[in-house]
Design a protein around this ligand. Structure first.
Ligand SMILES: [Zn+2]
Length: 230
């Protein structure tokens, strides 16, 4: 009984050792694969508007777990209310842009009002630790010569988008994944911090981009196009 128990214990130990080695090699391969497989033949700009919010931590988790970096176009009022979430965006490797303070229709405001929307957001994001933004996305994509003149005063590059995911308009997760599938090198897609369907789409967006050799890049302030992270 004693010897049998001892023999089966030894046998169990050797089986466990083999299993542990197999598990370790599997883990090593899985951990290394994304970094080594990421041959980037082009870059796309993922952008998430209207944060930061209570949805931001889950969004940042999904992005980092899938090896994606993105540009977060924050509203100044939310950056001021949630400075720790702005820092979390930066810590997660995201870039932070300006999306106005209160999300108004800028083209119906005076130049002084537009200036206030933009300058207060620059200050709120900087005060939160997000740096001074170089990129500006006007709410609703609405812009005109007055908006552009104010952007220029703050050294901001206006960033619209090449692909609209329609997540703001109730697009399904499938439709959001399909929209990301239309991105080509250098292009930018419009997404939102608050969309549950967008959050659900992120792993599939990551796999789709990787399958096409595309990586998530930063948006160049000089060209407005997605480029390799600098
Ligand atoms: Zn917006």
């Amino acid at each position: 009984m004693g010897r049998r128990a001892s023999r089966s214990a030894r046998s169990l130990f050797s089986r466990l050792a083999v299993l542990a080695m197999a598990a370790a090699s599997t883990l090593t391969v899985q951990a290394a694969a994304p970094a080594h497989a990421a041959v980037c033949t082009g870059y796309v700009g993922l952008t998430f508007d209207d944060g930061p919010s209570g949805n931001t931590p889950a969004l940042l988790n999904a992005l980092t777990q899938n090896g994606l970096r993105a540009t977060m176009f924050n509203e100044g009022q939310y950056a001021a209310a949630n400075p720790s979430l702005v820092r979390a965006q930066v810590s997660a490797g995201m870039w932070v842009g300006n999306h106005s303070y209160t999300h108004p229709h800028l083209t119906s405001l005076s130049q002084a009002q537009i200036d206030s929307e933009i300058s207060r957001t620059q200050s709120a994001i900087a005060a939160a630790g997000g740096g001074t933004p170089k990129l500006f996305r006007p709410p609703y994509g609405e812009t005109n010569a007055t908006v552009k003149a104010v952007e220029a005063r703050y050294g901001l590059t206006e960033i619209l988008w090449n692909v609209d995911s329609q997540d703001w308009n109730g697009a399904s997760t499938d439709a959001i994944v399909a929209a990301a599938g239309r991105l080509t090198n250098g292009q930018v897609i419009l997404l939102h911090d608050w969309s549950a369907n967008t959050l659900a789409a992120i792993p599939r967006i990551a796999r789709g981009l990787a399958a096409r050799g595309l990586c998530a890049g930063m948006i160049s302030p000089s060209t407005g196009r997605a480029v390799a992270p600098g």
